[in-house]
Design a binder for this molecule. Structure first.
Ligand code: NZQ
Ligand code: ZN
Length: 388
């Protein structure tokens, strides 16, 4: 196991109707003048925004509002939010929504305390050191941004989708009410499930040896999601939604990743897809993960065989472990397909002729991507082709 530091200070408030306590927690974490940030309208339709505002008012916390965040959140709204924060002396941002809203809130939180362009944090020109406190009321189990150090934004100038990372971006508190996710369409639930599985797998396929604890936690998260997703999809069973919601957090706050190298090549390849075609991140991952797995499997057949046996219940073929490994990949592909995810470029609306553009936009040059196998631009082109 590698040495590691792990700072994960988010206070989680989990359970039915707990969003009504938002005002109390904003106050506890020092918010006096809040920017409430939200998306395209689901929180207006279901009354969630009104309930949150009421809970702030009860505590005497004043607030401004900024809605309009779209999936694959854009820079335009971020610039608007930063201006509001600076003009109105906002000292706390409350994101009410999914990963897109939370990531937009984190970007605003960075930009509000910075004199330059917030995009500097996303191009690596500036490292993340400080940000306004962000809290979340989560409405979709997926990206894990409610407990993560990350924020992913698409800049409208060039539609580049890029990430910023740093401890200052961990939410100070997150309200997780599984019931709020019951209104999601099946497709969004499935995208979310696929994303959280991907967050685990990016960490699972590692070259770090002797990491049994994080292997086993990862397998538990995957097994949970595999068994609960069909129940959540079938009838929005509360306990299924609850297990999935916590799984999504555990999948990405790095509980599964500490002490081991993580890969992230598939996420980077997917970000190019959702940047170019504006597809749901989870759907892009469903297409890219099997392709990446097939391409890198030979690098460590036994790790893929372990994945097949422990997660998918495949029988180990000791004579031909590569057969077991491949079976695991196929079972994964069948699973995401069974919950309604695309597994091919065409199902996603992506085109083979765009592959050179996808590779070029990534801007890798002579560098490599990922750590399990260090991929060159040529490897990446071949992986995209496997997904066609
Ligand atoms: O905008 P509204 O009207 O709320 O609609 C949203 C949106 O259309 C809808 N929705 C959310 N909660 C709902 C609901 N509809 C009905 N009922 C509810 N309760 O769902 C749609 C998708 O929402 P979005 O926030 O985009 O989903 P998700 O949480 O999957 O976030 C995706 C974004 O997160 C990034 C992705 O790249 C993508 O941009 N990621 C962020 C990460 C991080 N910060 O750590 C890590 C991830 O790997 C990921 O890259
Ligand atoms: Zn993801």
């Amino acid at each position: 196991m590698n040495n590691f530091s792990f700072y994960s200070p988010t206070y989680f408030v989990f359970g039915n109707e707990r969003e009504n306590e938002a005002g109390k927690y904003v106050k506890r974490f020092g918010g006096t003048r809040v920017l409430i940030h939200y998306g395209g309208g689901s929180v207006l339709k279901n009354g969630l925004l009104d309930r949150v505002k009421a809970s702030l008012s009860v505590e005497g916390v004043t607030f401004s509002e900024l809605g309009g965040v779209v999936p694959n959140p854009r820079s335009g709204v971020v610039y608007k939010g930063i201006e509001i924060c600076k003009n109105e002396k906002i000292d706390f941002i409350l994101a009410v929504g999914g990963g897109s809203v939370i990531d937009s809130a984190k970007a605003i939180a960075l930009g509000a305390l910075y004199d330059g362009d917030f995009w500097d944090f996303y191009t690596g020109k500036q490292s993340v050191e400080k940000a306004l406190p962000v809290a979340t009321i989560l409405t979709i189990s997926a990206a894990g941004s409610e407990g993560s150090t990350g924020s992913v934004i698409t800049h409208e100038d060039g539609m580049l989708k890029r990430a910023a990372n740093g401890d200052a971006l961990r939410p100070v508190f997150s309200v997780l009410n599984p019931e709020l996710t019951a209104s999601l369409p099946d497709y969004q639930i499935a995208c979310g499930v696929t994303d959280m599985m991907a967050h685990v797998m990016e960490r699972y396929f590692t070259n770090t040896q002797n990491v049994e604890i994080t292997d086993r936690i990862s397998e538990a998260v995957l097994l949970t999601v595999i068994s609960e997703a069909p129940k959540a999809l079938a009838n929005r069973e509360y306990d299924a939604l609850a297990n999935i919601m916590w799984a999504g957090m555990v999948a990405h706050n790095d509980t599964c990743g500490v002490g081991r190298d993580s890969d992230w090549a598939t996420h980077m390849m997917e970000h190019e897809l959702s940047g170019l075609y504006d597809v749901a991140h989870g759907a892009g991952l469903a297409v890219m993960f099997p392709a990446w797995m097939k391409y890198v499997m030979k690098h460590d057949v036994m790790r893929f065989a372990q994945f097949a046996v422990r997660v998918w219940g495949c029988e180990m073929d000791f004579q031909h472990p590569e057969k077991t490994a491949l079976q695991g990949i196929e079972r994964y592909e069948q699973f995401v397909s069974s919950i309604g995810m695309p597994i091919r470029f065409s199902q996603l609306g992506a085109k083979a002729e765009d592959i050179p553009t996808l590779v070029k936009t990534m801007g890798l040059g002579e560098n490599t991507l990922g750590s399990f196998v260090k991929l060159t631009e040529e490897d990446i082109r071949k992986i995209y082709e496997l997904a066609v």
